[in-house]
Design a protein around this ligand. Structure first.
Ligand code: NDP
Ligand code: GDR
Length: 361
């Protein structure tokens, strides 16, 4: 019998990579998607299977992390061997604008799933993965950060994820559920949402290169992150649920770059060099011909910032034999390549008299 997995957040960056991985491992994969007024399945359309065919192995259900009834119904119907809780309002800056909703989906959402497992008597059957985050470390207490480093969350998002982290630990200890946290550092890909800083940069530089956009406005250029590739990280999510006993793991590359470094690396991929002038909110980046292509807009500063994150993935390497495959340079290259293709499509469309959207957040 094929194993059954249920993925919340299947329409997101990680959900799409994880669904691909599990289908390749012959799982029957169930995903929860939210109802939306427009199609929201771009990232998983290539996996779609007509539900009228026989042997369908990829099945979507409507549900929401803020709605216990939908979660209980789906879990009761599927009785999954593994649940990957990837759904979240995952944007840190947005969490300052929607703190209550973020807590409802990101904190209570995890609780609702764990309660559903318990209410349905699936404690011994269903394994649970919680998408925890390096944002828990926030104002860092130790460099690099590992499983034992104390948490100090710095946003409504991180505080909500702190609750989800501990409720996962609590249900493991209280009810013997195989439940674990992957404390994942930033991971990116061509499928990354367009308003996270890496994708915002690669998308804008591709458009600048083709003359579709003049410059990109960013916030804190000094922020430092440990950036890996999402495709590598979802392998770890699966591995964590295949062990004898449930444990929490840090997943990171152990290498750190600043936002400014990311801009320079991405620009180099399309033959642009960036010369920086000024500091703070007056800092600007010029290309070789003197065009200003990067500006700072304090609107993108956060009320409380996480300045620096650097993970220590030793435990994952030693216990699970995992290491990231994709280097920073390869990640930037792949993202730039895909965004150049998208910009070329937009260019073609606009040269034929249609306006391509240029949402610049
Ligand atoms: P995305 O933002 O790309 O995807 C989030 C997913 O959650 C989407 O499918 C979204 O649906 C869904 N979602 C949001 N709110 C709800 C809700 N109330 N009910 C049901 N579904 C909902 O995130 P990533 O794929 O990048 O990240 C996956 C998880 O890992 C998230 O929990 C994130 O917080 C966490 N994480 C991410 C890291 C990263 O660097 N990417 C690092 C550490 C943790 P829709 O498509 O309809 O918006
Ligand atoms: P982060 O990712 O907050 O680390 O959360 P994001 O890419 O949004 O920001 C990284 C750093 O870049 C700085 N920054 C900007 N950020 C955005 N979005 N837009 C800008 O214009 C900009 N300019 C500078 C930010 O201030 C920050 O310091 C991501 C999410 O995927 C979370 O869900 C996940 O938990 C963490 O990574 C690990």
């Amino acid at each position: 019998m094929a194993k059954k997995a249920l993925i919340t957040g299947v329409t997101g960056q990680d959900g799409a990579y994880l669904a691909e991985l599990l289908l390749a491992k012959d799982y029957e994969v169930h995903g929860i998607k939210r109802r939306s007024s427009l199609f929201n399945t771009d990232r998983i359309d290539h996996l779609y299977q007509d539900q009228h065919e026989s042997n369908v192995r990829f099945i979507l259900h409507h549900g929401d992390l803020t709605d216990s009834s939908s979660l209980i119904r789906i879990i009761q119907q599927v009785k999954p061997d593994e649940i990957y809780n990837l759904a979240a309002q995952s944007h840190v800056a947005v969490s300052f604008e929607e703190p209550e909703y973020t807590a409802n989906s990101d904190a209570l959402g995890a609780l609702r799933i764990l309660e559903a497992i318990r209410i349905l008597g699936l404690e011994k059957k269903t394994r649970f993965y919680q998408a925890s985050t390096s944002e828990l470390y926030g104002l860092v207490q130790e460099i690099p950060q590992k499983e034992t480093t104390p948490f100090y969350p710095r946003s409504p998002y991180a505080v909500a994820k702190l609750y989800a982290y501990w409720i996962t630990v609590n249900y493991r200890e209280a009810y013997g559920i195989y439940a674990c946290n992957g404390i994942l550092f930033n991971h990116e890909s061509p499928r990354r949402g367009e308003t996270f800083v890496t994708r915002k940069i690669t998308r804008a530089l591709a458009r600048i290169k083709l003359g579709l956009q003049e410059c990109v406005y960013l916030g804190n250029l000094d922020a430092k992150r440990d950036w890996g590739h999402a495709r590598d990280y979802v392998e770890m999510q699966w591995l964590m649920l295949q062990q004898e006993k449930p444990e929490d793991f840090v997943i990171a590359t152990g290498v750190q770059y600043s936002v400014r470094d990311f801009v320079a690396a991405a620009a180099a991929e399309v033959g642009l060099t960036v010369r920086w002038e000024g500091s703070g909110s007056s800092e600007k980046g010029y290309d070789a011909s003197g065009r200003c292509i990067v500006r700072v807009d304090p609107r993108y500063y956060r009320p409380t910032e996480v300045e620096t994150l650097l993970g220590d993935p030793t435990k994952a390497r030693e216990v699970l034999g995992w290491q990231p495959r994709t280097s920073f340079q390869e990640l930037v290259s792949e993202m730039m390549r895909e965004d150049l293709k998208a910009a070329e499509r937009d260019d073609l469309i606009s040269r034929h008299g249609y306006s391509a959207y240029n949402y610049n957040e």
